[in-house]
Design a protein around this ligand. Structure first.
Ligand code: F6P
Length: 350
């Protein structure tokens, strides 16, 4: 009997999602498997909203940003009594043999639970521009986002130079400063502030002032949206939490620019790169990387090795238990932060 496989893309989109679907689809269709897409992440399988992929032009799909399946942050474990049975029903109704979940921590966390608690035959593919998933060296979308952020910082350097200003650039990353760190180092930022190393405003200003005394007329400060900047005894960034208990992010660059200008009398401006970091076509590396991960996921499905996820380890595409990917968040290591020590401000006793 023909094997039938479902696929969904969940969470924030990331450049390379379509390439991952492409890698999966090409391998499965070649093996005679029927592939069914679910719309908008877990929402599609909860509500049984599908999109046929049988005649998708995978060759062209590979190039495009976003996700043709749509995405959402919905998750059956927000209301498990109501939604987990719906997921299981939809799976049975379509007589599926496997489900491939492409996503980050939330999407893969649900996949892992469905496998462990209900033996739903799932396979994962990791994605997030934040690169904060364990068990894989990198996630696709990350280097595309770094490219956007680096270019923006490079470009902002010229206007900062023209006006003799400080430019504070806010990158995505609630819990981990991967994008900020890579782009900040690549663009030669004068200061990089990441969640892994909370900063003191006093120190940021002292360092900038030292640079100015040494002759700098402009400066770039790269800051992650989730970075905590302390001023005296309080935290500059918002300590408000959203409905899911996450700190509300966004806005730290503006606060920082205002404080820097007020304290140093050095004109400062800010820019929030926001969703531009997730937008547009993936860079070539992410297309090929995502394609390979998708193909590996197809292999896992064909070999009926469920509860696993395709991953990159030491540059090779391998598979790892889903549980390993979701047990902790991958943050910048002390080794990384120490290697680029001069870019990062000291912890300062926090
Ligand atoms: O997890 C990816 C991410 O891009 C985070 O860096 C960012 O905080 C968040 O998604 C933004 O999500 P939304 O699309 O819901 O605004």
């Amino acid at each position: 009997m023909t094997m039938r496989v479902g696929v969904l893309t969940g969470g924030g989109d990331a450049p390379g999602l379509n390439a991952a679907v492409c890698g999966l689809g090409r391998r499965l269709l070649a093996a005679g498997v029927e592939l069914l897409g679910f719309r908008d992440g877990w929402r599609g399988i909860i509500a049984d909203q599908t999109r046929s992929l049988q005649d998708a032009n995978f060759q062209h799909l590979l190039v495009h940003g976003g996700t043709l399946l749509g995405s959402s942050g919905d998750n059956p474990y927000r209301k498990p009594e109501r939604d987990v049975p719906k997921v299981l029903d939809t799976f049975r109704r379509h007589r599926l043999d496997a489900l491939v979940a492409i996503g980050g921590e939330g999407t893969l966390g649900a996949a892992d639970k469905l496998w462990r608690e209900h033996r739903l035959p799932v396979v994962g593919v990791p994605k997030t521009i934040d690169n904060d998933l364990e068990a894989t060296d990198f996630t696709f979308g990350f280097f595309s986002a770094v490219e956007v952020a680096t270019r923006a910082m490079d470009d902002l350097r010229s206007t900062a130079d023209s006006h003799g200003r400080v430019m504070v650039v806010e990158c995505m990353g609630r819990h981990a400063g991967w994008i900020t760190a890579y782009a900040g180092v690549a663009a030669g930022a004068e200061a990089i502030l990441v969640p892994e190393r909370p900063a003191h405003l006093e120190e940021v200003c002292q360092n900038l002032d030292r640079l100015r005394q040494a002759g700098a007329t402009s400066a770039l400060v790269a800051v992650a949206e989730g970075c905590r900047v302390h001023e005296g005894g309080s935290c500059l960034s918002s300590m408000e939490k959203d409905e899911f208990g996450e700190y509300k992010t966004g806005g730290v660059a503006q606060l920082l620019a205002r404080r820097i200008q007020a304290r140093l009398g050095w004109e400062a401006r800010h820019l929030v790169l926001g969703h531009l970091q997730r937008a547009g076509k993936p860079i070539a590396f992410d297309r090929i990387f995502a394609l390979r991960l998708g193909a590996r996921a197809a292999r896992l499905v064909l070999e009926k090795r469920f509860g696993f996820m395709a991953a990159m380890r030491a540059g090779e595409i391998v598979d790892v238990p889903l549980a390993d990917a979701v047990k902790a968040r991958k943050v910048l290591s002390d080794q990384f932060l120490d290697r680029y020590e001069s870019f990062f401000l000291p912890i300062g006793g926090l």
